[in-house]
Write a protein that binds this ligand. Structure first.
Ligand SMILES: [Zn+2]
Ligand SMILES: [Zn+2]
Length: 344
């Protein structure tokens, strides 16, 4: 079968090539991929800024159909539509982090799509413990957004205190940023979403989705706008979702004293940041990465409730062979979520 493969540790070296079709071993399932989302992490993997184990099939945000069931699997049947928690693709199951349900930090972990073969292929073989029936109200495209949504849910609903009426700035209007903004809105915040001039279309989509105010930081003064909304105090909460140095500087600048700053974006390399601001403003400054098992369960429960419509975030669905177009668009900040699907 054809797959999008990271072939070596060197930057670049991603190719659309033939790989063997997997078969399900004990406790495993083979999923026929319907859709797999392209994520900022895939770009970090492309540039070799992320833990990888090449050669490896990329793709960690996926939805598909069970087509083969290995020995010892009893609670799935052929044809089930499923989504996958890729971060727990392979874990040790007994380290301190596995015990507390935080597989991302497992000392012997391999994630789908970076450590072990992922979903940018016709078939993906996974252990049954990471496979979940797709909530009935989701289609097989939205189903590929469960994973990035879980990342946003952890940052906004689990790790960051948000109180009704909080003025919340989210910087970086990519899929994660917009999902964080939508969730913060549901939690009762007044949302200001920050982007740059090239994010014009993304900011327009965000406004259609009910985000209160969008700001083009290149042509508008974010600080002035936040100050106007907060009698000069600054934003109660900021989420940095761009993974860009200038954006983190703006976030530190606009967050109020004793406010909350959550870093969601990854920069890929060290940046300059005035950490004195964290002290002098006495901030709750924290990072959020991926999600725990508890978050994952909550994500599926939440999506089942139809409280949020993720479909407007899907920009385009492309065949796997056109992966470069999707990577390029994500890299240029064009559109929001790109889905890849195997050719029939
Ligand atoms: Zn992702
Ligand atoms: Zn472990």
């Amino acid at each position: 079968m054809k797959a999008v493969v990271k072939t070596s540790r060197e930057p670049g070296n991603v190719e659309y090539i033939d790989v063997p079709e997997p078969t399900a071993g004990p406790g495993q399932l083979v999923i026929k991929v319907r859709n797999a989302g392209v994520c900022g992490t895939d770009l970090h993997i492309y540039k070799s800024e992320y833990l990888i184990n090449p050669p490896v099939v990329l793709g960690h945000e996926m939805c598909g159909e069970i087509v083969e069931i290995g020995p010892g699997v009893d609670h799935f049947k052929l044809g089930d539509l499923v989504t996958v928690n890729p971060s727990a693709g392979k874990t040790c199951g007994h380290c301190r982090f596995c015990q507390v349900g935080a597989p991302f930090f497992c000392i012997d972990r391999a994630a789908l799509g970076s450590g072990i073969n992922g979903g940018f292929a016709k078939y993906c073989c996974v252990r049954q413990g990471v496979v979940f029936p797709l909530p009935e109200n989701l289609d097989d495209q939205t189903g590929a957004l469960c994973e990035p949504f879980a990342c946003s849910l952890q940052a906004v609903a689990e790790l960051t205190l948000i109180e009704p009426g909080d003025i919340i700035a989210v910087s970086g209007p990519g899929p994660i940023g917009i999902m964080c903004a939508m969730l913060a809105k549901i939690r009762g915040g007044h949302i200001v979403l920050l982007g740059t001039a090239k994010d014009k279309d993304r900011l327009a989509i965000a406004r259609q989705l009910g985000i209160d105010r969008t700001v083009d930081v290149e042509n508008e003064d974010a600080k002035e706008i936040i100050d106007d909304l907060t009698q000069g105090y600054g934003a109660d909460v900021v989420f940095e979702c761009a993974g860009v140095e200038a954006s983190s500087t703006v976030c530190l600048d606009i967050v109020r004293k004793m406010g909350r700053y959550t870093q969601v974006g990854l920069f890929g390399s060290p940046i300059q940041l005035n950490i004195d601001q964290v002290v002098l403003k006495q901030l709750h400054f924290q990072g959020s990465i991926c999600h725990t098992w508890e978050t994952w369960e909550r994500t599926l429960r939440f999506l089942r409730k139809d409280l949020i419509d993720l479909r407007p975030l899907i920009t385009k669905r492309l065949p796997l062979s056109q992966w470069e177009e999707a990577f390029q668009s994500v890299s240029n900040g064009k559109g929001l979520k790109f889905l890849l699907h195997p050719e029939e």
